[in-house]
Ligand binder design. Structure first.
Ligand SMILES: CC(C)(COP(=O)(O)OP(=O)(O)OC[C@H]1O[C@@H](n2cnc3c(N)ncnc32)[C@H](O)[C@@H]1OP(=O)(O)O)[C@@H](O)C(=O)NCCC(=O)NCCS
Length: 205
C-alpha cells in the first residue's frame, strides 16, 4: 500500500509512529496469519503458531500494535547461549517505520537478559530489506544453506551477531533504539508494564 500523504513527515519519510510491543496471544493469530500471508511464499500455518505459543519454554513470540491493530510480529528460540530468530514480519502498509527493528530490539534484549552471547537467523538470499535491517543490528553473513526454502527454491543466508553480551553490543542496540522515530511501549515483558494477559480486545477475537 502506498503511504498516505498525511503519513509523510516534512522530510518525506513516513511520519513517526507510536508502537506497543507485547507477548503474542492466540487472539492475535488472525492478524498474524494475515500478515504472514503477504509473504508470497508458503508461510507458517495456524497450527505451527499455535504449537509455538502452547510451548512457551525457551522461546518468545511478540506482536507490535499501532492502536488496536496488530502490524507485525516476531519470534525467537533460546538455545543454550544462542538466540535464534524464528520469524519476523511487518504488515506491508506499515513498513519502514522501524517496527521490525523495534521487535528485533525487544527480542535481542530479552535474549541477552537470558544469557545469550550470540544471535542468529536464516534469511532468503535475495531478501535485501531484511538483510539490511539485520546488518544494522550487527548481524553478519556466515554461510549459505542451499535450497533451505525448498517451496520457492531459494537459498538461505545464515547470519550471526556475536558477543552480544558485551558493552559494545549494548551500545549498538542503544544507538539503534535512539534512532527510532516515535515511542515504543513494551508491555508484559519482565515486569516492564502490566501484561494485559488474555483480556478480550475489541478487534482481535
Ligand atoms: C524485513 C521487515 C520485517 C522489515 O520491517 P520494517 O519494519 O519495514 O523495518 P525497519 O523499518 O525496522 O527497517 C530497519 C532498517 O532496515 C533497512 N530496510 C528495511 N526495509 C528496507 C527496504 N525496503 N529497502 C532497503 N532497506 C530497508 C533500512 O536500513 C532500515 O532502517 P531505516 O529505515 O532507519 O533506514 C519487513 O520488510 C517485512 O516484513 N518483510 C517481509 C517478511 C520478511 O522478509 N521477514 C524476514 C524473514 S528472515
Amino acid at each position: 500500500m502506498a503511504a498516505r500523504v498525511e503519513d509523510l513527515a516534512a522530510d518525506g519519510q513516513p511520519a513517526p509512529v507510536d508502537v506497543q510491543i507485547l507477548p503474542m496471544r492466540r487472539r492475535h493469530l488472525r492478524s498474524v496469519l494475515r500478515i504472514e500471508g503477504q509473504a508470497g511464499h508458503r508461510g507458517w500455518s495456524l497450527g505451527l503458531f499455535m504449537s509455538e505459543l502452547a510451548n512457551q519454554t525457551g522461546r518468545r513470540y511478540l506482536v507490535a500494535k499501532v492502536g488496536v491493530a496488530v502490524v507485525g510480529f516476531a519470534g525467537m528460540l533460546f538455545v543454550g547461549p544462542d538466540g535464534h530468530v524464528t520469524t519476523i514480519s511487518v504488515d506491508q502498509a506499515w513498513r519502514r517505520r522501524q517496527i521490525g527493528t523495534r521487535l528485533m530490539l525487544a527480542l535481542s534484549r530479552e535474549a541477552i537478559q537470558r544469557g545469550a552471547t550470540a544471535l542468529t537467523l536464516e534469511v532468503r538470499a535475495t531478501n535485501e530489506p531484511a538483510q539490511a535491517m539485520y546488518r544494522r543490528l550487527g548481524y553478519a553473513p556466515a554461510g549459505i544453506r542451499r535450497n533451505y526454502y525448498a517451496d520457492i527454491g531459494e537459498d538461505a543466508l545464515v547470519m550471526w551477531a556475536h558477543d552480544v553480551d558485551t558493552p559494545d553490543y549494548a551500545r549498538r542496540l542503544d544507538a539503534r533504539e535512539r534512532s527510532i522515530r516515535g515511542r515504543t511501549m513494551i508491555v508484559g515483558l519482565d515486569g516492564s508494564g502490566a501484561d494485559p494477559g488474555d483480556a478480550p480486545e475489541t478487534e482481535e477475537p
